[in-house]
Design a binder for this molecule. Structure first.
Ligand code: ZN
Length: 398
């Protein structure tokens, strides 16, 4: 079969204009695997907030445009919903259960970190769970070799075992993304400074970030911050005194500001015990010290209490007055910078991995609880509606 030049130009022009061609030609123009149609696309990395179609092919974003021809293998109708980059949760304990990663995925979480559930002794168990997860999943090794213990991970300083952690990382470079140091009084007592020093010793050997769990420490926070390097993460940044990031007069500590300036990240870490109190959040946000990232500190038990899911955690900051695009940024693109495994994610530009969350922003009256049984009512709440991972729609949440 030959095609004359005039006909070829005509067909190309028609295709460029999005005109459907009849017959055999129409089948050829079905070039997308999936199109998410008519949603409010919120992509903070590109400052986009508009009704758009998102087309996906070969596991990547193919196009984002006001209107795309509907000839895709599958479509998701997103009218009235938000379409955002897949959520990235940098502080979870999803590795504690086999189902954790899939439960988070149904909530829109297309990348996650287990932050220190296990130490060197049983790191293999959590790595096996992470490897089996459908989405990118990495782990932070707890510097306490026995992981999280009810009577304190490193209350016995011998458990902060540099050699054991080093060996564990050496054998699992692909899966271990950093080192976790839990520094509360009930986790390590007065060992906090030495535990963090040892965590840094291990991390520096492999150029990994350290995540510290702050709040209710015995050492003053500025002393601990002095040990943090660029790229390290402070989680539970809204923890109340003793040793919060803000003083009684509503001033962020100068050492906290200096740490951020040199590249230390500050993270929410919602959790359920002692980390989030509304009056602290009010004061810290009022002082203009916004979190770099949101995270849930997710556990299976938290699905029914306080945390519920990542969109619910994000909704608390809508209630606290943060604009929607800023809320989305902290759960997507900002989080993508925290660990190399997420680089290039958290954005909906053509060519990027097609990980997306479709969320519903409902108006109404919604109760949110902090970690101290204080309840507040918000007017909006985000709910998961659909998740796309590597270009494929995953099962809808039940
Ligand atoms: Zn945690």
């Amino acid at each position: 079969m030959t095609i004359n030049r005039r006909g070829f130009v005509g067909a190309a022009a028609a295709a460029a204009a999005g005109v459907r061609m009849p017959g055999a030609f129409a089948a050829k123009s079905a070039k997308y695997d999936l199109v998410i149609k008519g949603g409010r696309v919120l992509d903070p990395a590109r400052k986009l907030d508009a009704v758009r179609d998102v087309a996906i092919a070969d596991g990547r974003i193919a196009a984002v445009a006001a209107s795309l021809p509907g000839d895709a293998a599958e479509t998701i109708d997103a009218h009235g919903k938000l379409v955002v980059p897949g959520l990235i949760d940098i502080h979870t304990h999803a590795g504690r259960s086999k189902e954790g990663a899939e439960l988070c995925l149904a909530d829109g979480v297309t990348g996650l970190i287990d932050a220190g559930s296990q130490g060197a002794d049983r790191i293999g168990e959590i790595i096996a769970v992470a490897k089996a997860a459908p989405q990118p999943f990495r782990v932070l090794i707890n510097i306490g070799r026995a992981g999280i213990l009810p009577d304190g991970d490193t209350m016995d300083l011998n458990r902060a075992d540099v050699a054991a952690a080093r060996e564990a990382i050496h054998g699992n470079r692909e899966m271990i993304a950093g080192v976790k140091a839990r520094l509360s009084r009930d986790v390590c007592g007065s060992n906090d400074y030495e535990v963090l020093r040892r965590a840094q010793t291990v991390a520096s050997l492999y150029e990994l970030p350290v995540m510290i769990h702050m709040g209710q420490t015995m050492s003053p926070l500025p002393k601990l911050l002095g040990l943090l390097k660029p790229g390290d993460i402070v989680t539970h940044m809204f923890a109340p005194p003793p040793n919060s990031i803000i003083d009684d007069n509503g001033h962020i500590l100068p050492e906290v500001i200096a740490a951020r300036r040199r590249g230390v990240r500050f993270d929410l870490g919602n959790g359920r015990t002692g980390h989030l109190r509304w009056d602290m959040a009010d004061a810290i946000l009022k002082a203009g010290f916004l979190p770099d990232t949101f995270s849930t500190d997710w556990t299976p038990e938290a699905r029914t209490s306080q945390v519920i899911n990542f969109p619910n955690v994000m909704s608390k900051f809508l209630m606290l007055g943060m604009p929607l695009d800023q809320v989305i940024a902290r759960a997507t693109v900002n989080a993508s910078y925290a660990f190399p495994v997420f680089r290039g994610r958290g954005v909906l530009k053509p060519g990027a991995p097609a990980d997306l969350a479709v969320l519903e922003l409902r108006e109404g009256s919604f109760e949110f609880e902090d970690n101290f049984k204080n309840s507040r009512t918000g007017r909006q709440r985000l709910f998961p509606s659909a998740t796309v991972l590597a270009g494929k729609r995953v099962a809808a949440p039940s």
